[in-house]
Design a binder for this molecule. Structure first.
Ligand code: AMP
Length: 272
């Protein structure tokens, strides 16, 4: 399974990525983590990135694209991966398309965690408090001032990716304002519905059956299809409101190949 998690800082991408890693045995590729490691190790990349990251701006595309390209070649990425924090700009997304094509890899879905911006500061404050309590070093970019800069760069540079992937029929939106547990469940449900994970593995890994009956995913997906769809909306409008429902592949059946399911989604969305 190959996924991108999209969302502003504090949306819960890291938390959900870890849960997906645990459940499906795939790797989390977080450019933020990789850059922080490079900064700590004072590598040439780290030295270039350090001040940029501290200010809340984005590191140049060529640096992160290079990092991701190398990382995708590592054997542990062959089983599948979750990109967390990459791509963050349209040129990065285009570069990723090229990279995946060259490496004969196919992206299953882009999961957007949609959150209410006003909740983000509180979430980041909670993260800081939790890290402090665990005795971990707090990120220097987790301050209200830098967070507002990171949010601004998300809005102007990253939000256009919502439209980018929506056009390519890859976007699935989940209401990131729900509890962590609910968000996880919703992500698993829609991944099953589009056929990115088979019902069996979801059932086995989840402990509790997400799909108890064959075809249940289709029913759930049908229900979700009735929900208002915002995928085609311009990013600037759509991204401001939290989505109340996920926007998965409406008619996909569990167990179908991702390719087939993606086609179905395409057809369905084209009709809408
Ligand atoms: P994150 O941990 O994803 O919040 O990233 C922390 C910081 O690392 C960001 O504010 C950027 O400065 C930098 N960074 C991480 N990923 C990228 C990326 N894909 N493109 C540019 N800069 C990035």
């Amino acid at each position: 399974m190959r996924l991108i998690l999209l969302g502003p800082p504090g949306a819960g991408k890291g938390t959900q990525a870890q849960r997906l890693v645990h459940r499906y045995g795939i790797v989390q590729l977080s450019t933020g983590e990789m850059l922080r490691a490079a900064v700590a190790a004072q590598t040439p990349v780290g030295l270039k990135a350090k001040d940029i990251m501290a200010s809340g701006a984005l590191v140049p595309d060529d640096i992160v694209i290079g990092i991701i390209s190398d990382r995708l070649d590592q054997p542990d990425a062959a089983k599948g991966f979750i990109l967390d924090g990459f791509p963050r700009t349209v040129p990065q997304a285009q570069a990723l398309d090229d990279l995946l094509k060259k490496k004969h890899m196919r992206l299953d879905a882009v999961v957007e965690l949609r959150v209410n911006e006003s909740a983000l500061l509180a979430r980041v404050e909670t993260r800081v408090a939790e890290m402090t309590a665990r005795g971990e070093e707090v990120r220097i970019d987790d301050t209200p001032e830098v967070l507002s800069k990171r949010l601004a760069s998300y809005r102007s540079l990253t939000e256009p990716l919502i439209h980018y992937y929506s056009e390519r029929r890859k976007l699935l939106t989940v209401d990131g304002m729900m509890t962590i547990e609910h968000v996880t469940r919703e992500i698993n449900r829609i991944l099953t519905a589009i056929g990115a994970v088979d019902a069996k593995s979801t059932k086995k890994a989840a402990g509790k059956a997400v799909l108890k009956l064959p075809g249940k995913a289709a029913k759930i997906a049908k229900k979700a299809a009735k929900a208002p769809r915002k995928a085609g909306k311009p990013a600037s409008k759509g991204a401001k409101k939290p989505a109340s429902k996920a926007r998965p592949a409406p008619k996909a059946k569990a167990g179908k190949s991702p390719k087939k399911s993606a086609k179905k989604v395409t057809k369905k969305r084209a009709k809408a």
